[in-house]
Design a protein around this ligand. Structure first.
Ligand SMILES: Cc1cc2nc3c(=O)[nH]c(=O)nc-3n(C[C@H](O)[C@H](O)[C@H](O)COP(=O)(O)O)c2cc1C
Length: 158
């Protein structure tokens, strides 16, 4: 009786701790079309802003620009990511967004990839990324990302 009460109490404390202190890990992946008026310098500025902001806010992932498209994967705290994504969706620098996924995750792909949010700027960066994705064959998200990145790799136009 006393043991069962104690066990219930421990369970309640655990759930309370989970709810208050544990942050849910979230991931979003999308492709979008670059606004036609965007110049190379605008894209460079966006890259600089994004890597600085994401590194400051503990967001990992990748951002790639090629063939008039953006391709982005974001991983991080759910609340932060959902707020950030609302801003990204409204950003006039791109349009026609196609969401590949938008979900909670327990298997982040990029938390061990480089030490910073990664901007994929050329074919060599993309090759390094694909080699990294090949390392973990058990994660189905890695597989999906490799498939999505293949056209960029084949055409190699940065
Ligand atoms: C393709 C694309 C990707 C972006 N990715 C990020 C990002 O990962 N992190 C970020 O802070 N801002 C990103 N931004 C910029 C945001 O849309 C927004 O301008 C920025 O968060 C500043 O918002 P604020 O002025 O309301 O603080 C991105 C914009 C575009 C067009």
């Amino acid at each position: 009786m006393v043991l069962s009460r104690l066990s219930n109490f421990v369970q309640i404390i655990y759930l309370y701790h989970q709810a208050i202190f544990m942050k849910s890990l979230y991931t979003i992946c999308y492709v979008s079309k670059t606004a036609p008026e965007l110049k190379e310098q605008d894209i460079e500025e966006l890259f600089n802003y994004t890597s600085k902001a994401n590194n400051k806010n503990g967001v990992s992932g990748i951002l790639l620009h090629s063939l008039g498209n953006f391709f982005q994967v974001l991983e991080g705290d759910e609340k932060h990511l959902l707020q950030l994504f609302e801003k990204i969706k409204e950003d006039p620098r791109h349009a026609e967004m196609y969401e590949v996924y938008n979900k909670r995750t327990t298997q982040p792909v990029f938390d061990n990839y480089k030490s910073t949010f990664d901007i994929v700027k050329n074919s060599d960066d993309l090759k390094t990324l694909i080699t990294y994705l090949n390392l973990d064959k058990s994660n189905s998200t890695n597989h999906k990302l490799k498939r999505l990145l293949k056209p960029f790799d084949m055409l190699g136009e940065f």
